[in-house]
Ligand binder design. Structure first.
Ligand SMILES: Cc1cc2nc3c(=O)[nH]c(=O)nc-3n(C[C@H](O)[C@H](O)[C@H](O)COP(=O)(O)O)c2cc1C
Length: 177
């Protein structure tokens, strides 16, 4: 049984980097949702757009533990065309009966992260808590580390040892329009 685990999808490595930072801070295991067909190149870009615009359920590979073995899950994924990336949306839809704690981090270039968090809420039937939106450039520069540390602290405050304490909200707005 895992007290807490990070599950991420990343096409080009930014979310992977942020997920590793968070897992290091939480000292928890990290598991990947991967594409079964490469999304590299221009055709990969086109498929990302089509999968999201058409709200397709896409195939993915997940070799992590059964979610019933996780008390709390942090899901992390990028924003594609203003929505949660299709592989993570598909994964959450397939695991919408997960009853454990759920937190989320959306990664974006400029906008759409809050809508992605709302989509997670709609998919699993409850809002992720806490939820965090990070800018790609802040992950690259290292500026996101403070936000990730604060997010991790908020998660740890939710520990079962302290179940009556309401978790501190960790919404961070990178001036999203
Ligand atoms: C097809 C596609 C659509 C995207 N759409 C958005 C978007 O609507 N808003 C945004 O802020 N970033 C958008 N991005 C940028 C990604 O969210 C950003 O590059 C993110 O850091 C990628 O994460 P990854 O490296 O983990 O794959 C898009 C990227 C791709 C490939």
């Amino acid at each position: 049984m895992y007290n807490i685990a990070v599950v991420f999808y990343s096409r080009t490595g930014t979310t992977r980097e942020a997920a590793q930072m968070l897992a290091d801070r939480l000292d928890c295991p990290i598991f990947e949702i991967a594409d079964t067909v490469s999304r590299s190149g221009l055709w990969g870009d086109v498929r990302c757009v089509l999968d999201n615009v058409l709200r397709r359920h896409v195939p993915y590979r997940y070799t992590g533990p059964a979610l019933t073995d996780c008390e709390k899950l942090v899901v992390m994924a990028p924003v594609w065309v203003g929505h949660l990336a299709a592989p993570m949306r598909s994964f959450l839809k397939d695991h919408r009966t997960f009853q454990g704690g759920l937190a989320a981090v959306a990664i974006m270039a400029s906008r759409g992260g809050f809508r992605a968090a709302e989509e997670i809420a709609m998919t699993v039937g409850r809002p992720p808590h806490p939820a965090l939106v990070l800018l790609q450039r802040d992950i690259a520069s290292g500026e996101a580390l403070q936000d990730i540390n604060d997010f991790a602290a908020s998660l740890l405050e939710q520990a079962p040892a302290n179940p009556t304490q309401a978790p501190r909200a960790a919404w961070l707005s990178p001036n999203e329009a």
